[in-house]
Design a binder for this molecule. Structure first.
Ligand SMILES: [Zn+2]
Length: 378
């Protein structure tokens, strides 16, 4: 039998070892790039370390990617991934019970740093990422959706939902999220950064977090970005509409209606300060408003282009299922990439039963009429 004193001694030793290793790694990650500008090298360094350490349990070698092309217009595509390793994520990557001397905080929340310590056997380390609303901790995903897939969790245990009792406070929280996301996308060119709202694909609704992953090699724009670019071309060069770049516009001709910004981080943040209330509040019915949740997506296409795109997709928090998909429709799906983990689903994709048209239908079914109206009338 192990004495309490021995438990205490070893708990202290492990904590010290962990702190030292974390500081050492953090120093090395910061030396990889300029931490103020370049998050890419830091994030990719972290993911590589965590893959070697066995925290990242899938190197995506078995992932198959399918392009689903529209029969009406071959320029329009969606993507479907078959990733069998994702099925293993439900078995859990870490320990469930805390060892003696360690607290199981907030019901064992997977994003609280003091839980991750013992859950991941003192082998998972974060990178600190300062954002306008405060510091976030970037953690690698044990079963990633793509290369360099990280979760950026708030340091404190605060809920994912931005909805509060008062409308104004809710919008202030939402705006803060959007500003954080814009800063993140700005510093992670060629990445997709996103937030899944509560009831809009968030699997850990009790602890606020963003996600980011690097685009696949050769992929310049996700389908939602491509749709936005097509519309920007028409709006900018067409005679019927002259649009200021600093104003958001409503994305049409995509399965879901979205509010979209295209500009530099500075321009978008200024627009969020000025316009967000006007676009999202309006005279929308009180009932629709209470159900409102969002998928937020941002991406900067390249290092050479300072501009980025930001998408706000309104959803109804009570409509969590979509037709033709076992899992929830989250931000990655809405960007135009569906992820399947079951072999039968792979067979359906290979047999052509998952098509451009069926994906369009799946995505469209994730957004109700009330949510559409919220931005459409803008
Ligand atoms: Zn937590």
């Amino acid at each position: 039998m192990i004495s309490d004193t021995l438990h205490e001694t070893m708990t202290a030793v492990i904590r010290r070892q962990y702190e030292r290793a974390r500081e050492d790694l953090s120093m090395r990650l910061h030396s990889l790039g300029d931490p103020d500008d370049d998050l890419v090298s830091m994030i990719e360094g972290l993911c590589t370390h965590q893959l070697h350490a066995g925290i990242v349990q899938d190197d995506l070698h078995a992932l198959e990617r399918f392009q689903l092309t529209s029969s009406a217009d071959p320029a329009r595509v969606f993507y479907a991934d078959y990733n069998p390793a994702r099925a293993r994520r439900h078995q859990g990557a870490g320990r469930v019970e805390a060892p003696p001397g360690w607290a199981r905080l907030h019901g064992g929340c997977y994003l609280c740093p003091d839980n991750i310590l013992w859950q991941q056997r003192f082998g998972q380390f974060p990178a600190r990422v300062p954002l306008p609303s405060g510091d976030f901790l970037a953690w690698t995903n044990p079963f990633p959706l793509g290369h360099f897939h990280i979760t950026l969790a708030a340091e404190a245990h605060v809920p994912q939902s931005w909805m509060r009792t008062e409308r104004e406070e809710s919008l202030t929280t939402l705006r803060r999220r959007l500003v954080d996301l814009v800063h993140l996308a700005d510093r992670l060119p060629r990445y997709l950064v996103f937030e899944n709202g509560t009831g809009a694909g968030a699997t850990l609704p009790h602890h606020h977090h963003f996600q980011a992953l690097r685009k696949w090699p050769g992929l310049v724009r996700y389908p939602i970005e491509e749709a936005a670019r097509r519309q920007e071309d028409v709006d900018r060069f067409g005679n019927d509409r002259v649009r200021s770049l600093t104003q958001p516009y409503v994305l049409r001709d995509y399965p879901v209606v979205a509010l979209c910004w295209h500009g530099t981080a500075e321009e978008i943040v200024a627009s969020l300060e000025a316009d967000l209330f006007q676009w999202v509040v309006k005279d929308g019915g009180a009932e629709d408003w209470r159900h409102l949740t969002t998928n937020l997506i941002a991406s900067r296409e390249s290092v050479g282009d300072e501009r980025l795109r930001l998408f706000l997709i309104p959803r109804n928090a009570h409509i969590t299922r979509a037709t033709g998909l076992a899992g929830a429709v989250a931000s990655l799906e809405l960007a135009g990439e569906l992820v399947f983990a079951q072999e039968q689903e792979r067979d359906r994709i290979a047999a052509g039963q998952v098509s451009y048209a069926s994906v369009w239908e799946t995505l469209a079914s994730a957004q109700d009429a009330g949510s559409r109206k919220m931005v459409e009338a803008g």
